[in-house]
Ligand binder design. Structure first.
Ligand code: PEP
Ligand code: MG
Length: 323
């Protein structure tokens, strides 16, 4: 099996009936790039920039960040790189920011909420990203967007920094796509409105599942409710994909679900454009997709959307992909 997968390193990802999707990798640091290249990643679908800020006792400077972003963009040699702006809070703490303790950190002051208030910190990151943009194919993504206003505010700040840099004579790419993570149910529900303003969506199922099911992703006691295949989740995913396509935009997924063997047939059928996963899952996923028929998976997905329980969905996927 490993030998069969290895042959796929330089191949595109195409279903048995010729439908192309993109298989991307999730990374945390520039060091992860080697794994992306060796495993045939077609893009970086999620660069979690938190790691630049963690394990130290002060904020990373614009220069330090610029070097990391540039390294990743250059390392990918013009292939797409989706960089997520700082997603701190929730399960990821930054002791030196000295934020007050909260009762519900996952529902609290985190990610874009924090960045829109701590604007110096946010602007520093955006400047570093903009400056790095001329070294590759950069896409910028905002995490934990719950309302259109948050997206508009974040985008306005980004454009302000871009203008400043341009007037300073800095070279900045004019092709930077600006997108959002869809990981809060309100945003999935409002996807049609968002799709008119964003360039792309990336569905963050790790959080989308916990917020939809009201089941803490870290809590073993309620893990039985953490159900990726619950039709409620599939319906939200469908709403997001359909809304993006209606506006000529694309949708990726960067939660764990994107690399999951049971989910992939469903996601292919729902029309997902980009699957972002840990690099070590890419070749296996490419092999799986090459054996799936997109038209059949569409039929499977539309049945799954009408089912009552996650178990029924899992059973249907098994039956449909056994042949
Ligand atoms: C997600 O929520 O699905 C996601 C990819 O982000 P993180 O796991 O970093 O919260
Ligand atoms: Mg998340």
């Amino acid at each position: 099996q490993k030998a069969e997968w290895a042959k796929l390193v330089n191949e595109k990802t195409v279903s048995a009936d010729g439908h192309h999707v993109e298989l991307a990798a999730n990374i945390g640091t520039p060091k992860d790039l080697e794994g992306v290249v060796n495993n045939g990643g077609e893009a970086v679908g999620l660069y979690r920039t938190e790691f630049l800020y963690m394990g130290r006792d002060n904020l990373p400077t614009e220069e330090e960040q610029f070097e990391s972003y540039k390294a990743v963009l250059e390392g990918m040699k013009g292939k797409p790189v989706v960089v997520r702006t700082l997603d701190i809070g929730g399960d990821k703490e930054l002791p030196y920011l000295d934020l007050p303790k909260e009762m519900n950190p996952f529902l609290g002051f985190r990610a874009i909420r924090l960045c829109l208030e701590e604007q110096d910190m946010f602007r520093t990151q955006l400047r570093a990203l903009l400056r790095a943009s001329s070294y590759g194919n950069l896409k910028i993504m905002f995490p934990m967007i719950a309302t259109l206003d948050e997206f508009r505010d974040a985008k306005a700040i980004l454009l302000e920094e871009k203008e400043k840099l341009v007037s300073e004579g800095v070279k900045i790419s004019d092709e930077i796509e600006i997108g959002i993570m869809v990981e809060i149910p309100s945003t999935a529900v409002m996807a049609e409105q968002f799709a008119k303003e964003v360039d792309f969506f990336s569905i963050g199922t790790n959080d989308l599942i916990q917020y939809t099911m009201a089941a803490d992703r870290m809590n073993e006691r309620v893990s039985y409710l953490y159900q990726p295949y619950n039709p409620a989740i599939l319906r939200l995913v469908k709403m997001v994909i359909d809304a993006s396509h209606k506006e000529g935009k694309w949708t990726g997924m960067c939660g764990e679900m994107a690399g999951d063997e049971t989910a992939i047939p469903l996601l292919l059928g729902l029309g997902l454009d980009e699957f972002s996963m840990s690099a070590t899952s890419i070749l296996k996923a490419r092999s799986l997709i090459s054996k799936l028929n997109r038209t059949e998976m569409e039929a499977l997905a539309s049945q799954a959307l009408q089912m009552n329980t996650a178990e029924e969905v899992v059973q249907a996927v098994k039956t449909a992909t056994m042949a």
